[in-house]
Design a protein around this ligand. Structure first.
Ligand code: FES
Length: 73
């Protein structure tokens, strides 16, 4: 969940050569690569910083009375 209360889903792989895992950055609406280069993406998957080649794919999330539905097609 982002700081705006919305749920978001994204493909959890950096688009840099290592394709490493991304983790939320506390206190921000960003996720960051676990590698030493720390490519950073905003909450919609857009690349903000680092050597990643492009943005990450994000998926729409619907909150149906507390049941989260993620559309991955
Ligand atoms: S694999 Fe993410 S910055 Fe290199």
């Amino acid at each position: 969940m982002g700081g705006d209360g919305e749920y978001r889903a994204y493909h959890n792989r950096c688009t840099h050569i290592g394709h490493r895992r991304l983790d939320p950055v506390p206190g921000t609406n960003t996720v960051q690569c676990c590698s030493v280069n720390h490519s950073t993406f905003d909450c919609c998957g857009e690349k903000m910083a680092g050597p990643a080649r492009h943005s990450i794919k994000s998926f729409p999330v619907e909150n149906d009375q507390g049941k989260l539905i993620i559309s991955i097609s």
